[in-house]
Design a protein around this ligand. Structure first.
Ligand code: TMP
Ligand code: ASP
Length: 309
């Protein structure tokens, strides 16, 4: 069938040598294993780690074990496909913490994700997945490109949650695509799309409630998914990040924007807005830690020390 064809194609694309490569780069894996038992940590200093991929706001490094990566959050803020760019000191620290908080809770609810654990102020350990080249947008309230495209005033409650797909391709400016395009071009099978939509709805229900509980309206958000291989079995898991960079969050009572629209629309106060989201979620408990997040010091705090296990 068409579905199994797409699935078997994506299985063929998986290079069986990739996991072997990881071992090949570790010719002394036995010796390293021995050292591990001495030092009880495989922490490799950041400047010696292999960079796998660099995006606009994050960098992926080779992880400590095969099948893992380290996701590093940068302070770069970009909009309109990086035509607009700024460095917002401390944004990466906040997004790392907010995304950790959300992914931990999703994992606990049984929503499969790539997230394993936060390592330090800017980095988290994740499972290596094959990213499905789609940006999945879920909308509860009209805003942004939906309002522009369809002429629906920003702030209009939608009759139901709407899921949209965009093809992840910077050269093409992430064009909107339909399920027809996705299946015809083999980016995902009909079964994959069913799984993605079911997961997206679960994430939306969880996030809507989470933010409602702290006086924030979840207007819309963008998520990404990846394929996780366990032997011959493939599972689709939530990947990337969930943070004020990828959500629209409006204060319930004032309507203030607490997300990246502050940067896109030159409203100012972006970092303060992200701090406010973190504070309401109980991640930053006091003004002292909020101030620290804005000006990460060069002296590593305790969370920068790799955990000894
Ligand atoms: P949009 O209204 O501009 O299409 O954005 C919808 C949601 O997706 C909004 O929460 C912002 C988020 N988003 C991203 O995370 N990355 C992007 O590149 C774009 C365009 C939007
Ligand atoms: N993240 C995208 C960019 O850098 C767009 C956006 O979020 O508005 O261009």
């Amino acid at each position: 069938s068409e579905r199994s064809l797409v699935v078997s194609c994506s299985r063929l694309e998986r290079d069986p040598r990739r996991s072997a490569d990881v071992f090949a780069r570790r010719p002394c894996s036995e010796a390293i294993g021995h050292m591990d038992s001495l030092f009880k940590s495989r922490y490799v200093p950041m400047n010696r780690r292999r960079r796998i991929y660099e995006g606009k706001a994050k960098i992926l490094y080779e992880g400590p074990e095969p099948g893992t990566l380290i996701q590093h959050f940068k302070d770069d803020a970009t909009a309109f496909n990086a035509k607009k760019h700024a460095i917002i000191d401390g944004k990466g620290v906040l997004n790392n913490r907010i995304s950790e908080f959300v992914f931990n809770q999703l994992n606990a609810l049984g929503v499969p994700t790539h997230f394993i654990k936060r390592l330090n102020m800017r980095e988290q350990l994740i499972r290596e997945v094959e990213i499905i080249p789609l940006e999945v947008v879920v909308r509860n309230v009209a805003a942004g490109s939906l309002s522009t495209r369809l002429g629906i005033p920003e702030g209009t409650q939608l009759p139901r949650s709407i899921i949209e797909f965009y093809y992840k391709n910077d050269e093409l400016n992430d064009p909107m695509v339909s399920e027809e395009h996705i299946t015809a071009f083999g980016w995902a099978s009909p079964q994959d799309i069913d799984d993605i939509m079911a997961l997206a709805i679960r994430v939306n229900d969880f996030l809507s409630g989470l933010f409602l509980g702290v006086g924030i309206r979840l207007v819309d958000f963008k998520i990404e998914f990846g394929r996780l291989w366990e032997g011959d079995m493939m599972r689709i898991v939530l990947a990337d990040e969930i943070s004020p960079d990828s959500c629209r969050l409006w204060d319930q009572s004032t309507g203030d924007k607490l997300d990246k629209d502050r940067f896109r629309r030159d409203l100012g106060g972006m970092l303060e807005a992200y701090q406010e989201v973190a504070r309401r979620l109980g991640i930053l408990n006091d003004n002292a830690s909020a101030a620290n997040a804005g000006a990460p010091s060069l002296v590593p705090d305790v969370t920068d020390v790799p955990e000894q296990e």
